[in-house]
Design a protein around this ligand. Structure first.
Ligand SMILES: [Zn+2]
Length: 238
């Protein structure tokens, strides 16, 4: 046991370290969850892109079918055109043929644009899928890292708890109940360092008598904020 003025500063340090380790242990599932959300987001992007590709392809296929229907119609009209018996009939048929050919030309432009867009979307999809593979690999890596760290952190927490148990032998019996309740609820926040003549939690100036008692090794609570006091922090031990 390293020398400390009254052991309380050591307890304060140990409870702080224990809390840090406990926070790290608790943050692991959140880190994992955040990672999983990113992966799920990418998967959703992929699903949405696939759906868009499907719809665009369906629309292009329908336009293609429409072009073929129109072409057949134009062929039929051209047969009639050759058999036209009057100029009037010929002109009417010719303007119908022209209109249908124009409609097909517009449709063909649209189909071409749709295929170009499909190509771009497929490239995008490939990119997203590559990103998803990388994200899943990162997720696996993080899970492994967290699992590997967990054992070490748990061992560290157990070690700090052991040190705390040893250090707690300095707590006098008459304040032990109050002390237990405080450290259970507040951990390292149950303690307050005293610097100069001030409690560093509530910044109330302590009476000279209290300082004398603290320096003599007496363990006591701050009358103002009820924290367990100790003189200015000693060097922390790892
Ligand atoms: Zn105080």
């Amino acid at each position: 046991m390293p020398a400390a003025r009254n052991g309380v500063s050591e307890l304060h340090g140990l409870y702080s370290k224990l809390r840090t380790v406990q926070n790290q242990l608790q943050s692991a599932p959140r880190q994992m969850q955040a990672r999983q959300q990113i992966t799920a987001g990418k998967q959703a992007e992929i699903d949405a892109t696939k759906e868009k590709i499907k719809k665009l392809k369906l629309s292009a296929d329908q336009s293609n079918l429409q072009v073929k229907t129109n072409e057949a119609k134009v062929l039929g009209l051209k047969v009639k055109l050759n058999q036209a018996v009057s100029n009037r009939e010929f002109d009417a048929l010719r303007s119908q043929v022209e209109a249908d050919e124009m409609a097909n030309s517009v449709l063909e432009d649209e189909i071409l644009a749709a295929y170009e867009k499909l190509d771009r979307m497929k490239e995008e999809l490939t990119q997203f899928e590559t990103e998803l593979v990388a994200l899943k690999a990162a997720e696996t890596k993080l899970a492994q890292e967290l699992a590997a760290a967990e054992a070490g952190l748990k061992a560290k927490a157990a070690e700090y708890q052991r040190f705390i148990k040893e250090a707690e032998t300095v707590i006098p019996g008459e304040i032990e109940l109050a002390y237990r309740r405080m450290v259970q609820q507040q951990g390292p926040d149950a303690f307050a360092a005293v610097e100069g003549n001030q409690c560093q939690n509530c910044f109330v100036t302590l009476p000279p008598q209290t300082l004398v008692e603290l320096k003599s090794g007496k363990i006591m609570f701050c009358k103002s904020c009820s924290k367990l006091m100790h003189l200015a922090p000693r060097e922390d031990r790892d």
